[in-house]
Design a protein around this ligand. Structure first.
Ligand SMILES: NC(=O)c1ccc[n+]([C@@H]2O[C@H](COP(=O)([O-])OP(=O)(O)OC[C@H]3O[C@@H](n4cnc5c(N)ncnc54)[C@H](OP(=O)(O)O)[C@@H]3O)[C@@H](O)[C@H]2O)c1
Length: 338
């Protein structure tokens, strides 16, 4: 079969021939329709990810959507190495097959895999979001962030604030307020009309000087006194500022490090607001929790309540797509595997 094959750690996979997977008593062959590319795929293929290096050669790709031999459409987020989702066919443990809601396109269902589940589970399962709470989403222009803004609302948040480096994308999000982390053009924008977005409170940050008091003040204003739940794929100065503006008893869900690997965290920043800093990874959630979340999430997408911009690339174009993913794609990349 044709597949995206990793031959050396830290190098892009190539469109190559690979042995066909064979079904067993506890693993099924899935005919892959589409698979999302994610930062996780690149991290695993580097050979240095904490889950351990994949075998060589092996097929890359962690999750996807496809068909079982009986025609049932499934999502999977676990594979049996050396097989991976970026291939015509993949071997999946029988216990890791999830239903996909009717009415959602397979490419969108694949796009929602890693990114959507991260957003959904971070909010519902890890943060235990309660109705009417205020959610602050950092990195809101990214795929996880864009999903989190919409999912927070669907899960009953009272106020949703999107924070990211300034861009048209940030201002297109359906948030109650936005905060520009880099404060470009004279300050961050904290909007309160639910749909607009211009001018306002000074903000600094992004990858640079960002944990300053201006950004803390901008976040506090945009959140109406601080967030109850912070979704954080960034770490670095934006995370520090978000903690500085957190409401008492807030949960800070740490799920990525796009802005920085380290921060200098003053003890009072955690102690004073009784802040919970919660590490999160999708696979911390039990499989039944992931299965249930995925079905409800794809139902939400089918009803039009969850949308992502995505770009579809053919499996034969994997090497170029991989490089784009590595550099930060700006839009969700989905590989069409057939
Ligand atoms: N823990 C988990 O289970 C889990 C699951 C899924 C993803 N993740 C992690 O979550 C993170 C985001 O994933 P994604 O798919 O949303 O990525 P993405 O689509 O590439 O988005 C990246 C986001 O980070 C922002 N960003 C990048 N560098 C930045 C900097 N120096 N300062 C401020 N913002 C910066 C981007 O802003 P611009 O739009 O301005 O570039 C964008 O908002 C990744 O680290 C990923 O590994 C974790």
């Amino acid at each position: 079969m044709r597949a995206a094959v990793l031959h050396d750690y830290g190098t892009p996979p190539h469109y190559d021939e690979f042995d066909e997977p064979r079904p067993s008593d506890d693993a099924a062959v899935v005919e892959v329709e589409a698979a999302g590319l994610s930062h996780l795929d690149v991290a695993k293929a580097s050979g240095t990810f904490y889950t351990g290096p994949p075998p060589l050669p092996s097929v890359v790709g962690s999750d996807g959507v496809g068909r079982l031999p009986d025609g049932r459409r499934v999502f999977f987020d676990t594979v049996v190495p050396p097989y991976g989702s970026l291939a015509e066919r993949v071997l999946v443990p029988s216990g890791a097959l999830f239903d996909v809601a009717e009415g959602v396109d397979s490419r969108m269902a694949a796009a929602l895999g890693n990114s959507g589940l991260a957003a959904w589970l971070a909010l519902e399962w890890r943060a235990r979001l309660r109705p009417e709470e205020t959610v602050l989403v950092l990195g809101a222009t990214g795929t996880v962030g864009t999903a989190a803004v919409q999912i927070a609302r669907a899960l009953g948040a009272g106020r949703v604030v999107a924070a990211a480096r300034s861009s048209e994308r940030l201002h297109r999000l359906d948030a109650d307020a936005v905060v520009e982390l880099d404060g470009a053009g004279g300050g961050g924008a904290s909007r309160t009309d639910g749909h607009g977005g211009d001018g306002g409170t000074g903000a600094t940050g992004g990858g640079g000087a960002g944990a300053g008091g201006d950004l803390v003040a901008a976040i506090r204003e945009a959140t109406g006194g601080g967030a109850d739940v912070i979704i954080d794929p960034l770490w670095g100065p934006p995370a520090l500022a978000a903690m500085g503006a957190a409401r008492h008893g807030a949960r800070h869900i740490q799920l990525g490090q796009q802005a920085a690997m380290r921060i200098d965290l003053p003890a009072p920043l955690v102690r004073s607001p009784a802040l919970d800093i919660c590490g999160f990874a999708i696979f911390h959630a039990p499989v039944e929790v992931r299965r249930d979340a995925y079905l409800r999430m794809t139902r939400l997408a089918a009803s039009g309540g969850l949308k992502l911009d995505l770009q579809v690339v053919p499996l034969s174009g994997i090497t170029g797509a991989w490089e784009r993913q590595r550099c930060g794609p700006g839009t969700k990349l989905v590989v069409a595997c057939h």
